[in-house]
Design a protein around this ligand. Structure first.
Ligand code: SF4
Length: 498
């Protein structure tokens, strides 16, 4: 869906036996490229005790072979980290800004150096950065987080102690990887475990590492991996030894949206494959809304994340699935930040529909989620124009009516079609006969767990600062005010205290 929130970021950290770490990082980042299209980068700890960084703009698949080989020659080492980015914080106005914010980022303070790559959002960024020493780089939350960590690291020369301390002050969601100048790769998952981070090793291929999603490890031969526990720190030394410990943990709240939309279908989170969960989500929708489901003629998935759910819907109802909507793969424009007229044009060109498959039929249109609704209303309009008799929308994710402050780019109330509207209102706006959202209890059944974050659905945030931010944002939205940017960057200058 073009109006769906963009993927946030993907991170990886690997230790190999030889000194050719760059090629492992490259393959992992390629596998994570769906999580960030704007920039990519790698950092390598070399045998002389230095960390070297290379970055680029766009997709990592755009990196030419010659440039990759140059990186492989110049960045020799056994420890490295990598990052693909979609900005959910920082400045977005120019290529120079995007390049300056590309990660990994490195900093030096009182003779010590650290380098990190980060996925998530610091919600009380302005508040915590007020306390940073003069001259600190505050241009994005990654820079500020790095500086905060570095200042504590300088005081105690211990990553675990520095992390424990700064996470007492920070609000938000974080998964990060980093390199110290003494040859340690560290990886940390936030105390609520909101953002994903997998750990795995393989003696056969001589690798140990962490990554946002398990396929980024599997691509390098680490077939078995497990999700880090909330607040867990992993330290991998240059000699290959590994230390794992809980630094600070709270009740687990893993992002439910990873299952519905963000993650690759072949990713494994907490013991199950995402495609299995999605198939189950489709079944659950067909069961919950069986009165509507049994009367439809054809199931149409919105490509591509809804395809597994459409198959589950088919298994439950026996109705045929038709790949009616064909998406142009190479259209790279970001429809949701372009002016309205251009945006319409992009939507028009982004999808082609095989219209004769729906003429006179009652359609079950399956989508992973409904965020802003632009694409969906366009598709419904075209389906109706092609003679579809009825169009019933089924969303595998429950109704999103609150912003996310945890690294997903849907950070205001007003942009959400589900804000302050019930199902009938949303159906009317979309031009659908009905809109049928997944129930939270059915979603948890499909995942086989209930310790999930549904803050964008319920408005109940696992961290107090985000809760406060949401309450202020909701008040502003009901008063007719409009946040000119992401709520955590504009409301109260980030000064409201948890
Ligand atoms: S608010 Fe929604 S999108 Fe954000 S972390 Fe929670 S479930 Fe995921």
């Amino acid at each position: 869906m073009s109006d769906a929130p963009r993927e946030h970021c993907g991170i990886v950290g690997i230790r190999c036996r030889d000194e050719g770490i760059v090629s492992y990082l490259y393959w992992s980042l390629l596998t994570l490229n769906h999580r960030g299209h704007e920039s990519y980068g790698v950092a390598v700890f070399n045998p002389y005790g230095h960390v070297s960084i290379e970055k680029g703009l766009g997709l990592i698949s755009d990196l030419g072979l010659e440039e990759l080989h140059a990186w492989e020659r110049e960045l020799r080492g056994r420890l490295g980290i990598g990052h693909v980015r979609y900005a959910t914080s920082g400045q977005l106005s120019s290529k120079a800004d995007l390049f300056a914010d590309a990660q990994p980022v490195a900093d030096e303070y009182l003779g010590k150096n650290l380098c990190i790559a980060f996925n998530g959002n610091v919600t009380n960024l302005l508040e915590v950065t007020e306390e940073l020493a003069g001259g600190a780089n505050r241009r994005s939350d990654a820079h500020a987080l790095l500086r905060l960590l570095l200042e504590e690291y300088v005081k105690r020369d211990d990553v675990a102690g520095a992390l424990r301390l700064i996470f007492e002050e920070l609000g938000g969601a974080f998964a990060l990887v980093g390199l110290t100048e003494s040859g340690e790769l560290f990886a940390f998952k936030d105390p609520h475990g909101i953002r994903p981070l997998s750990y795995g090793f393989s003696d056969d291929v001589g690798l140990v590492g962490v990554a946002s999603e398990s396929p980024a490890l599997a691509v390098n031969g680490i077939g078995l991996s497990e999700e880090l526990r909330p607040g867990e720190l992993v330290i991998i030394s240059d000699d290959g030894s590994v230390e794992r410990k809980i630094v600070r943990s709270e009740c687990e709240c893993f992002c439910a949206f990873e299952y519905a939309y963000f993650a690759r279908p072949d990713s494994r989170f907490r013991g199950c494959y995402v495609y299995e969960v999605r198939r189950e989500l489709g079944r659950k929708l067909a069961q919950r809304y069986h009165e509507i489901a049994r009367n439809i003629d054809v199931i149409v998935p919105v490509p591509q994340t809804a395809e597994d759910a459409a198959y589950g819907f088919h298994l439950e109802t026996g109705k045929p699935v038709e790949p009616v909507i064909v998406r142009h793969r190479y259209l790279k424009h970001r429809a949701f930040i372009t002016p309205a007229e251009q945006r319409k044009l992009i939507l028009l060109h982004k999808y082609n529909l095989l219209l004769d498959r729906v003429r006179g039929k009652r359609v079950a249109l399956i989508d992973d989620s409904i965020v802003r609704g632009d694409t969906l209303s366009h598709i419904i309009h075209v389906l109706r124009g092609a003679g579809a008799r009825e169009v019933h929308v089924f969303s595998t994710f429950p109704k999103i009516s609150n912003p996310c402050f945890y690294g997903i780019d849907m950070a205001t109330f007003q942009e959400l079609i589900g804000f302050n509207r019930d199902e009938e209102d949303v159906a009317r706006l979309l031009g659908a006969d009905s809109v049928n959202y997944q129930r939270i209890e059915d979603f948890c059944d499909a995942v086989g767990a209930s310790n999930l974050c549904f803050a964008c659905v319920t408005g109940g945030y696992p961290t107090p600062y985000a809760q406060k931010l949401a309450e202020e944002g909701r008040k502003l939205a009901f008063e007719g005010g409009r946040a000119e940017g992401r709520l955590f960057e504009v409301i109260g200058g980030g000064r409201c205290r948890a």
